[in-house]
Design a protein around this ligand. Sequence first.
Ligand SMILES: [Cu+2]
Length: 132
Amino acid sequence: MQTKQMILAAALVALPVMGAQRVAATGGPGHLVEVKMVKQGGSNYRFSPDNITVQPGDTVRWIEDSDAPHNVQFDSWPKGARLGGAQMGSYVTTMGQTYQVVIDSRFTPGKYAYECTPHGVLGMKATLTVAP
Ligand SMILES: [Cu+2]
């Protein structure tokens, strides 16, 4: 087989794996759930989508998609959750930069409310539900 054909064959094998959105390299055994941090006219920053439901083991990845720095600050959580350092996430500041959290044993099932620290007061708030 020529080199060109081998590369093509390798790419075809890799495609279905990429399409499945499984998280292997990042530590979470489950699915990857993405939330963009967007600008919706003026200075209306939002999480998009602003309401997600995840399973234990999933990874939530927030993606900078605007012109202002954002973070993820949890404001309320179910009884028994122990967010530790994840309670106040680090900032993303450049387009495409990501911040992610693995929904591990810190996250008990239930509803979590979070906001962006500087923009929460302007409506940049969202909810994350961890299914049992
Ligand atoms: Cu923000």
